[in-house]
Write a protein that binds this ligand. Sequence first.
Ligand code: FES
Ligand SMILES: [Fe+2]
Length: 366
Amino acid sequence: MTEPSTRLMTGPHAGEHAPRLVSARKPLLHTRSASGDTRMPLPYTNGWFAVCFSHEVRPGALITVPFMGQDLVVYRTASGLLRVIEPYCPHLGAHLGHGGTIDGEHLTCAFHGLVFGPDGACVRACPGQTPPRTALTSRYAKEANGVVMVWRHSEDIPPEWDFPSLDLDDRIYPQYGQRELDGYGDAVGENSVDMIHFGSLHGLTEAAMTHEMEQHTLTVSISARWKGKRLNMRLTNFGLGHTRAENEMPEFGLRVTTLVYATPIAPLRWTFRWIDIPSVARFDGWPSPARKLAYRVLNPMAHRWLISFSSEDMPFWRTRAFLKRPALMAGDRSIAAFRRWSAQFYPATPPGDADTEPVLRASAER
Ligand code: FES
Ligand SMILES: [Fe+2]
C-alpha cells in the first residue's frame, strides 16, 4: 500500500531488494513504466542460438556452456565430430562437464567410468559390469560460420527451418567478440530494425529504412550517412538468435559483414557474440601476401570501430524493459513489423503466470 505522500519504489531487479518508500518530492527511479509494464524476464524463444565459437572446441575438447536456464555440454571427437548433449550422465546423473573426457571417438563419464560412442550409445562399463542399454541425450546442433548453433523448441520439435552458412574460406582474419550481458537477447534483433536510434544514438543522418519479412527471416535495408559519407546496411534476422549485417561504405570501397548472435542463458541474462569480416575492394587485385598483411592490419581496426557502435547500444540493452504496449512513433514502423514477426518464436503456451506472457504479442495486435 502506498501513502498519499509517498511512492513505492522498487530496485533495478524486482524482487532482489525490499521495496522502500521515498518522498514524492524526490526524483523517482522506476522499473515500472507509465503503461504498467515491469522489467520481467521473457519466455525462452524457439529457433537456432549460438552456444560457442567453433574454435573453442578443438578435437578432444569438452566444454560446458550455459543455455536458456541450464547447462549443455559440447564436445568434439578426435575425428572432428561435434556433439551437443544434455549434461547429465544417464547412469546416476553425473555432470559430464565435470571430469568427462574424450578418448578418440568416445566420451567417458568420470564418476563410474561408463563410455559412450559417437552416436551417444553406452558401449562400455568398468570391469565386471555390463553397460546399461542407455544413451546420451543429444541436442540438434549445427556448425556454421565458425559458430556452434543449437536448435531449441519449447515442444521439442526438430528443426523447422535453417539459416545460411557463409563461405568464409577466402576471408582473412575474421574478428571475434563476446560479452555476457544483463537484459533481453531479443534486444539485438529489435536494435537492427530501430531506425530512429541509428540517428539519435549512433549519429547517422539522412537514414531511410525499408523492411521485408519472409517466414523466419526479417531483413531491413538502410541507407544513411555517417560523418557525411554514404553508408548502406542490410541487416537480416534469422529468428531471434542470429543477425547478419552487411555494411558498405562505397566511397571507401569498404564492406564489413558482421555476424551477430544473441543467446538467452538465464532470466534477464544473455550472451552477445559477433564476428566481423571486413573486405576492401581495392585489395582484391593485390598479391596474396600484401593482401593478407593489409587485412591483418585493417581488421582489428575495423573491429574496434564496430565495437564502438555496439558499445553505444550496450547500456540500453543491459537496462531497458520490454514494454507490451510501447508508445511507437511514425518512424518505428519496422519495430512494429519486427514485433509482429517475432511473436512466432515465443512458446504458444508460455510457462508461468500471465506476467511472463510473450511480450509484444499485445503490441503486435494493436
Ligand atoms: S554417473 Fe556417469 S557413469 Fe555413473
Ligand atoms: Fe544500435
